[in-house]
Design a protein around this ligand. Structure first.
Ligand SMILES: [Fe+2]
Length: 199
């Protein structure tokens, strides 16, 4: 196979993967909407729908490390996305923070790992938690992961707790923001009070 043919094959595979994954995203958003007691299409619509919800792929390469205890592949963080899908090469390393401790995600063949990200935490007013996670390096094997992030448009939508989920007993936990503002907030570690309400 020539390099050109290889590129062509890669883009065909990626296209099909993206199309199939987009279907999975919609199905998951239906389940998550129903879980909040909302109409099934609510979260998909609030995130931009078929037109504006963006899938972004990032490939992570974690080289072997002789002293994994002294190094971190990716420091602890939550994802800014609504949902994140992770495929990996069956080398353990992803950890999630649960019950005050780090737990290593199991490597289950033919499966994908799915995270809830900040955007869904905001829309659900904190009912769905954006999971804190980190990536470790492995002593003997290279670890590779393919992460796909489902993100709302940067400026078009104002993210805030859905009115249906805000009551006297459950006041809004997050000030309104665009996705672009949220990215700035994460990048510069601003506090919630630093948000200026979008017009
Ligand atoms: Fe992440």
């Amino acid at each position: 196979m020539s390099l050109e043919e290889y590129h062509c094959w890669c883009s065909e595979v990626m296209k099909e993967f993206a199309e199939r994954l987009r279907g999975v995203v919609s199905k998951m958003l239906v389940m998550l909407s129903l879980g909040l007691g909302l109409e099934e299409g609510k979260l998909e619509k609030e995130l931009g729908g078929m037109e504006d919800l963006l899938l972004q792929m990032k490939i992570n390469y974690y080289p072997k490390c002789p002293q994994p205890d002294l190094a971190l592949g990716v420091e602890a963080h939550t994802d800014v996305s609504s949902l994140s899908f992770i495929l990996h090469n069956m080398v353990p390393g992803l950890q999630v923070y649960k019950d005050s401790k780090w737990v290593t995600a199991k490597c289950v063949p033919d499966s994908m790992i799915v995270h809830i990200g900040d955007t869904l935490e905001i829309l659900s007013n904190g009912t769905y938690k954006s999971i804190l996670h980190r990536g470790l390096v492995n002593k003997e094997k290279v670890r590779i992961s393919w992460a796909v992030f489902c993100e709302p448009p940067k400026e078009k939508i104002v993210l805030k707790p859905l009115p249906e989920l805000v009551t006297d007993k459950t006041p809004p936990k997050f000030p309104p923001r665009t996705f672009a503002q949220h990215l700035q907030y994460k990048l510069f570690k601003k506090t919630q009070e630093d948000f200026v309400s979008p017009k």
